[in-house]
Design a protein around this ligand. Structure first.
Ligand code: SF4
Length: 312
């Protein structure tokens, strides 16, 4: 196995678990909310759980006996994903296990204690995988270029490989609705292709199935949930990288559309799930060359039907 620190909750005795649950309830940030705030929080939490549950059902993301590896970066999205999946795990009709994995990329200033403390507090099985992708990214990226693309590729490679090692049958990522829409427009504007981020995906080498249970969730809901839950957020830009400017531009464009036309993002997301290949222009997806043959078949059927009704 690669270098990794592991915590296995099954080795924690019952007394310790009970003490920890009592402490965590009393010290929960939610204890400070008044009745109205609590109601709002419950509504938000219910919505996120429902959307995650629906996405899991719609795309057949999790099956009986799955071992789901939740990739935990320390950002709001992955904390939310873990929290919602933990809840679903308790209530779902299928049995599945969760294991959280954080990739410590050796960025300067990365607070190594934050995630182990958090995860041990929850009693979730976890691994911290140590990989110095930071140095590789710094070395390989030309001065002034953004480092995020290579960094993400290396991160993905490390995590997918590790999933196989620990026998994870699914790799869960914290991408949400806005991530999917941003990717759609980025691919359209800069990549010349009509593709986004699928809720469920088989990796190119066929070894991993990647799932995105937050696919139906709004980023604003996740941000609010993370704020109220007071997750110990670790910023991604410890590496000193500039944010990905193209993504930022698309993000602002989408936010502006939503401000001017509330509901537009929801409609656009619906469009991603409702594709009509015959109304696009991809010859791989639709047999334009075969339309004449199809027309002839349809006309033949019509004549046959006409003959039958005249005979009758
Ligand atoms: S901000 Fe830094 S750590 Fe985050 S994806 Fe970009 S290069 Fe990687």
């Amino acid at each position: 196995m690669q270098d990794a620190v592991i915590f296995d909750p099954t080795t924690v005795d019952d007394d310790t678990r009970q003490q920890r649950d009592e402490v965590s309830e009393a010290s929960s940030p939610l204890a400070a909310l008044d009745a109205k705030q609590r109601r709002e929080f419950n509504k938000l939490q219910k919505r996120l759980r429902r959307q995650v549950g629906n996405a899991i059902i719609d795309y057949g993301m999790i099956h009986e006996g799955d071992r789901v590896m939740v990739c935990l970066s320390g950002g709001k999205d992955s904390y939310t994903l873990l929290e919602i999946l933990r809840n679903l795990q308790r209530n779902a009709p299928v049995n599945f296990s969760l294991v959280a994995v954080n990739l410590d990329q050796k960025q300067p200033g990365f607070p190594e204690h934050v995630l182990p403390e958090y995860l041990e507090g929850l009693g979730v099985e976890y691994y911290i995988l140590e990989r110095d992708t930071y140095s590789v990214v710094k070395e390989k990226t030309p001065e002034g270029k953004t480092t995020c693309a290579l960094c993400s590729r290396l991160r993905r490679g490390s995590l997918y490989g590790f999933a196989e090692e620990i026998g994870a049958t699914k790799v869960a990522l914290g991408h949400h609705r806005e991530d999917i829409l941003e990717t759609l427009f980025l691919n359209m504007f800069y990549g010349g292709s009509l593709k986004a981020m699928p809720p469920k995906l088989l990796s190119d080498d066929g070894k991993n199935i990647v799932i995105r249970p937050l696919a139906y969730c709004r980023e604003a809901d996740i941000a609010e949930f993370a704020r109220l839950m007071e997750f110990p957020i670790i910023p991604c830009n410890l590496c000193g990288s500039q944010p990905n400017l193209q993504r930022q531009v698309v993000k602002e464009m989408l936010a502006e559309w939503e401000r001017k036309h509330p509901g537009r993002l929801e409609t656009m997301f619906k469009a991603v799930t409702n594709v009509a290949p015959s109304q696009l222009a991809d010859r791989e997806l639709f047999d334009f060359a075969g339309l004449e043959a199809k027309q002839a078949r349809m006309q033949e059927r019509r004549i046959d039907a006409l003959n039958v009704s005249n005979d009758g």
